[in-house]
Design a protein around this ligand. Structure first.
Ligand code: NAD
Ligand code: MG
Length: 407
């Protein structure tokens, strides 16, 4: 008799896909489509792209769809397939993320708007496949405390964190399915450091004065990844890597001195784990988010899927470089937030969200995004252990402060 595992290969896993119209959402739907019925899209949510939602509903026949913006025009959704229920408003995200008939919540909303549903899913003991890194940046301490107290599980989807998770998994250092979370690295004396790779973005090697004239189109032209607008700008400023340092700190329970960033322009090695004997284990694959999404949705099982394969004929070389001192001011902010903790995460994340939005609307030059974050961090009323209510107040405070600073 074979031992049964948490994931029975024949029982469909019912997915609540929060952020279905986005870049991660679309990749996830492609993974689901290739799963031969093993993965079922029970819930699809969008913020206000109702026409896209209608098309997705006819294609995937979810049980429930959500439009989270209460002011969105939902008139086209009169044509939803019969059997699909429509919910409207932000509170519906929490309702669907906690449903009894959901096995995995894929948290793929962009920005801190993803926090409430991520929190609700964990409180309801769900497995959360987490793409929404901002929720850990804002509330890493509170969310990981929930998990450590036995509420739900987090499986990383961000490619770097998935790569580290896969490297640890290969060494059986990740918690088994259904077991309470233990920070695998914090508890593992074998691990020396985690090495996050970064492509360096479209402006790698540019002198600071050249960054003044960067346009939105320049910043949206990422050399290796195709992603949503906000994360593409974050990659161009390197704030994305700073957010990922903070995300790794919370996910794996490591301090900043055990986290390194290496520039790797080809985005083939997604991250690495260095062990105390000097061995380094890496995860390689073409830059395609379908692989980390699939690994999370299948709860760390290996299955065939739609992800791109390595073409060893085309690959010519893998390059690596250490970021030069002062080359990427955003990275220093990331390490600073990891070291100081408390309210720094919410302030950094909010300042960045406001500044990126202003840049996308032509109200702030590209090279002022990181200074906006520095400004907010330097003047904010530091709180060493904010609760969820206080995080909301600090988010509002930062939003107003940065809007004032910009204007
Ligand atoms: P995207 O902009 O393409 O999609 C965002 C999704 O969130 C859409 O479905 C949108 O309708 C929804 N949304 C937007 N605002 C919302 C709000 N206020 N309330 C509820 N829903 C809202 O973004 P993306 O690139 O798919 O990124 C999603 C998340 O995944 C981000 O946190 C990002 O950092 C992370 N991530 C993305 C990638 C990638 O390759 N795209 C890689 C790693 C991590
Ligand atoms: Mg990433």
């Amino acid at each position: 008799m074979t031992q049964s595992t948490h994931t029975d290969r024949h029982t469909p896993r019912r997915i609540a896909l929060l952020g279905a119209s986005g870049s991660i959402g679309r990749s996830a739907l492609n993974v689901i489509e290739h799963s031969g019925g093993c993965l079922v899209p029970s819930v699809l949510t969008v913020h206000r792209q109702t026409q896209v939602l209608l098309e997705l509903a006819h294609r995937y026949h979810p049980k429930t769809v959500v439009v989270s913006d209460p002011n969105a025009d939902c008139s086209c959704l009169r044509e939803l397939p019969c059997g699909t229920e429509l919910l409207v408003g932000a509170a519906a995200l929490e309702e669907v993320a906690t449903g009894d008939d959901i096995d995995v919540v894929l948290s793929a909303i962009v920005g801190s708007a993803g926090l409430c549903s991520t929190r609700a899913a964990l409180e309801a003991n769900k497995t959360v496949a987490l793409a929404n890194k901002e929720s850990l940046v804002v509330a890493g301490e509170l969310l990981t405390s929930l998990v450590q107290a036995g509420h739900g599980r987090i499986i990383p989807v961000d490619s770097e964190h998935s790569a580290i998770y896969q490297c640890l998994h290969a060494r059986r250092l990740t918690p088994e399915s259904g077991k309470p979370w233990q920070c695998p690295v914090a508890c593992c004396p074998e691990v020396e450091r985690l090495i996050l790779t970064a492509s360096g973005g479209p402006f790698r090697g540019w002198a600071p004065d050249r960054l003044q004239g960067v346009t939105v189109a320049d910043a949206l032209a990422h050399p290796t990844w195709s992603m949503g607008k906000k994360i593409t700008i974050d990659s161009a400023t390197m704030v994305n890597k700073a957010l990922e340092l903070i995300e790794a700190h919370w996910l794996f329970g490591v301090s900043g001195d055990k986290l390194s960033v290496v520039i790797h322009p080809q985005s083939i090695i997604h991250s690495m784990v260095e062990f105390i004997d000097g061995a380094i284990v890496a995860q390689l694959s073409p830059p395609d988010m379908q692989l980390p999404i699939q690994f999370a949705l299948y709860d760390s099982e290996r299955h065939r899927g739609p992800s791109q394969r390595m073409d060893w004929h085309r690959l010519c070389q893998l390059e690596f470089a250490m970021p030069g001192p002062g080359e990427y001011p955003a990275l220093a902010l990331g390490y600073d937030v990891v070291a100081r903790g408390g309210s720094c995460g919410v302030v950094f994340n909010t300042a960045n969200e406001v500044a990126v939005n202003a840049f996308l609307h032509g109200q702030l030059p590209f090279d002022r995004i990181v200074p906006a974050c520095e400004h907010a961090l330097s003047i904010h009323p530091y709180d060493p252990c904010p609760d969820f209510h206080r995080l909301g107040e600090l988010e509002l405070w930062t939003r107003l402060e940065i809007q004032k600073w910009i204007s």
